[in-house]
Ligand binder design. Structure first.
Ligand SMILES: [Ca+2]
Length: 389
């Protein structure tokens, strides 16, 4: 059932099962009840009666009984549907919660209706053109004209608007996150580094542009724990939700402990999400190399790793690995590929601090090697959300 929902994007077809039923309240028919749900919410217009006036079963041989009606709004009603199956009687008790309708009918940003709007979805991500500074105006229309709609506009062009819909004691809150489109993708084809890039602990002697790539020579330094010494983190401003990807090429096989290169989302040295190819332990008998997906929050790390026999071959003779990081709210998902075509999912993590930057890293932790060039073929970053033009 969940598989159907996730991959079809549609609700489970539920109106033709032996125990399926529809009800009428206030002259309006409600159906589409997923039989595996415990209860169903029925919105009742302000001032209208919550009484169930009709029940229609999908199976003509099914019987129903209105066990109880709601005395008011909010209130609860129970309808029992019984049918004879091949193996004996089947019974379903429908529990209906009759509530004030505090849903919205529509939601708009700068007068443009959100196509992604759905009454039950309470959070949205609106993507404005890069460079937008005027605070966008959010407007909303309630499903029930008797509802009061209050919009608390965002404080900035990258803030959040809050829409409250209230009827009596009932209310709903819709949130609209406003973000500007990220435009900092770079194929590193120019002779000078683009102005979107900023360095953390820069060391100009250890990075260069060459052959359409950014090359960072790994050196001693780390971000883990309180050791916030990693040099030449190449970062750019990001905002909202996004996907970032890079093709990372190592000039030689990793040979020393903690040599690594990858991508990261960065709030500060103690709040970041890192996805990298790393030498875990050069002296270990097996499982030396790994893809590491690490989240550090307030200086405390939690790590997911891809290691084991197969992982030792992720980076082949060409030295290349593709790393992709996706941010949705405070959730991050990581993927890697060894051919740039098939991406394997690593896992998910969360970071409660909002990263204002994302980019590239190459460093050695305690290692002293200075001959490892990590080449970034490109850094692609794409905003996620509904574009508002
Ligand atoms: Ca740290």
């Amino acid at each position: 059932m969940n598989y159907w929902k996730e991959f079809s994007g549609r609700d489970v077809p539920v109106d033709d099962a032996p125990l399926s039923a529809k009800i009428v309240v206030g002259g309006k028919e409600f159906g589409g009840f997923n039989l595996s749900d415990d209860s169903y919410t029925i919105p009742v217009p302000a001032g209208a009666s919550p009484t169930i006036t009709r029940v229609r079963t999908a199976d003509r041989n099914a019987r129903y009984e209105i066990v109880s009606q709601a005395a008011g709004v909010p209130g609860r009603a129970v309808v029992k549907v019984t049918t004879e199956g091949f193996f004996g009687p089947l019974v379903k008790n429908y529990v209906f919660d009759l509530v004030s309708d505090t849903t919205l009918r529509s939601l708009a940003v700068n007068g443009k209706r959100l196509a992604s709007f759905s009454p039950k979805v309470l959070r949205y991500n609106a993507l404005l053109p890069a460079g937008t500074v005027t605070v966008p105006t959010v407007t909303a229309v309630a499903a029930d004209p008797a509802a009061t709609v209050t919009v608390e506009q965002a404080g900035s062009a990258t803030g959040q608007a809050r829409v409250s819909v209230t009827i009596g004691a009932a209310s709903s809150v819709y949130l609209v996150d406003l973000n500007t489109t990220i435009t900092g993708s770079d194929d590193f084809d120019s002779t000078a580094l683009g102005p979107q890039w900023q360095w953390v602990r820069p060391d100009e002697s250890r990075w260069r542009l060459a052959d359409g790539s950014l090359v960072i020579t790994a050196q001693q330094g780390d971000l883990q724990g309180s050791a916030n010494t990693a040099k030449n983190l190449a970062l750019q401003d990001v905002d909202g939700d996004w996907t970032a990807e890079s093709r990372v090429v190592f000039a030689r096989p990793l040979a020393n402990d903690n040599e690594q290169g990858g991508v990261l989302a960065y709030a500060d040295d103690d709040n970041y999400v890192k996805l990298a190819w790393e030498m875990g332990s050069a002296t270990a008998a097996i499982n030396k190399l790994r893809v590491v997906f690490l989240r550090e929050q307030n200086g405390v790390a939690s790590t997911l790793e891809i290691t084991g026999a197969d992982a030792q071959r992720i980076v082949g003779a060409d030295g290349a690995v593709w790393l992709r990081l996706t941010k949705t709210g405070d959730h991050y998902r990581a993927y890697y590929s060894n051919d740039g075509s098939v991406y394997r999912y690593i896992g998910a993590t969360t970071l409660s601090a909002e990263p204002t930057k994302a980019g590239l890293l190459a460093f050695n932790r305690a290692g002293t090697s200075t001959d490892l060039d990590v080449t970034f073929d490109y850094f692609h970053v794409e905003s996620r959300g509904e574009p508002i033009r």
